[in-house]
Design a binder for this molecule. Structure first.
Ligand SMILES: C[S@@+](CC[C@H](N)C(=O)[O-])C[C@H]1O[C@@H](n2cnc3c(N)ncnc32)[C@H](O)[C@@H]1O
Length: 321
């Protein structure tokens, strides 16, 4: 007699034979990026075919339960994915509607504007922006299918967050870490390859003296510039974004606790606010540093000016109508 998989209702089931069989599909679905939404649909169709094969039942019993408990997706979300896989060229937003998020990873959504995380991602990359913070930014300020532009890609947190949350991305860096990021110097203005106005520009630049020599020895590296040149570079970038009518700009900013050329304390947010003439602040988030990020040496640096910077700000500006 043919072996059939016993299906257990979602509430009672732990790891069933069906889960094990479908796990490779789940893995591939999690890895599919937004530019391959149809890929998710194809994997879902393949997973459904597998259920039919296992159960011998064309109604694919257990498939909807599996997608629900594995990804938290409703039947209509699954059918939209499948539809997308069958109509590749349709406008993504039309296919997706305005659903705000369909994350394939468990995520904590912060309720208020203090985004405290006890643990980072464990990435060695200097100035890495935590994935959880990035996902919260996307969750609050973008929709599925939106295009996110990140000209300071670094370790590519933006790519990962966009892939997990079905956002499109166009990322670049002076020194790209992989082929997924374009090579582009922000001093050269609008990137030639960026043909569409992004819905959000995410800026996580090196903050001048704090990042000196951390990424390169190049003079065009913002980490190696004088304070005046750093501000001139950022002013140029803001002007470019403004000229292209980018509706939202988000910037990660850490006040500099180092003694500098002109002042004891440099508040970059206030300086940026002066540059963004046609934008207004939509929200300011406080991102406390993880405790391991402020070490005794840092305290020594901060002592003479009696200033301890132990958080970063994430400020979101919106273009005035
Ligand atoms: C703070 S890191 C970005 C971190 C990133 N958000 C992450 O999560 O890994 C700043 C990045 O800006 C890049 N950068 C510095 N000067 C640049 C320039 N003139 N144009 C483009 N990128 C530049 C550096 O190479 C570095 O990767």
């Amino acid at each position: 007699m043919e072996q059939r998989t016993r299906l257990v209702p979602a509430r009672r089931r732990k790891l069933t034979a069906l889960d094990r069989e479908l796990d490779p599909y789940a893995q591939r679905i999690r890895q599919s990026g937004v530019e391959a939404i149809w890929k998710i649909g194809e994997e879902l169709q393949a997973a459904k075919a597998k259920v039919i094969e296992l159960t011998g039942d064309r109604r694919a019993p257990g498939f909807a339960q599996w997608t629900h408990h594995t990804f938290g997706w409703s039947k209509s979300t699954v059918s939209r994915y499948i539809k997308a896989s069958q109509q590749r060229n349709e406008n993504l937003k039309q296919i997706w509607g305005n659903k705000s998020v369909a994350s394939t990873q468990p995520t904590q959504w912060f309720t208020y504007n203090i985004w405290h995380i006890s643990q980072g991602d464990g990435k060695e990359f200097f100035g890495h922006f935590a994935l959880l913070h990035m996902k919260n930014l996307l969750y609050r300020h973008t929709q599925e299918g939106d295009l996110v532009f990140d000209p300071f890609a670094g370790s590519e947190t933006t790519i990962q967050a966009c892939q997990e949350m079905n956002r499109r991305y166009w990322v670049s860096d002076l020194i790209p870490q992989s082929k997924r990021a374009h090579r582009h110097n922000i001093l050269d203005g609008w990137p030639k390859g960026l043909k569409e106005t992004p819905d959000l520009a995410f800026l996580d630049p090196p903050y001048w003296i704090q990042a000196r020599g951390k990424y390169s020895d190049l003079p065009e590296d913002l980490g190696n510039m004088s304070l005046a040149d750093f501000y001139a570079a950022m002013r140029g970038l803001f002007r470019t974004l403004e000229a292209h009518k980018v509706p939202k700009i988000a910037a990660v900013i850490q006040g500099s606790q180092y003694k500098n050329e002109n002042h004891d304390y440099e508040d970059h947010i206030l300086e940026f606010a002066k540059m963004l003439r046609s934008y207004r602040v939509k929200m300011r988030y406080i991102l406390p540093l993880e405790s391991k990020q402020y070490v005794p040496q840092q305290v020594i640096v901060m002592k003479p000016i009696e200033c301890m910077v132990v958080h970063r700000d994430l400020v979101v500006w919106e273009r005035e109508k």
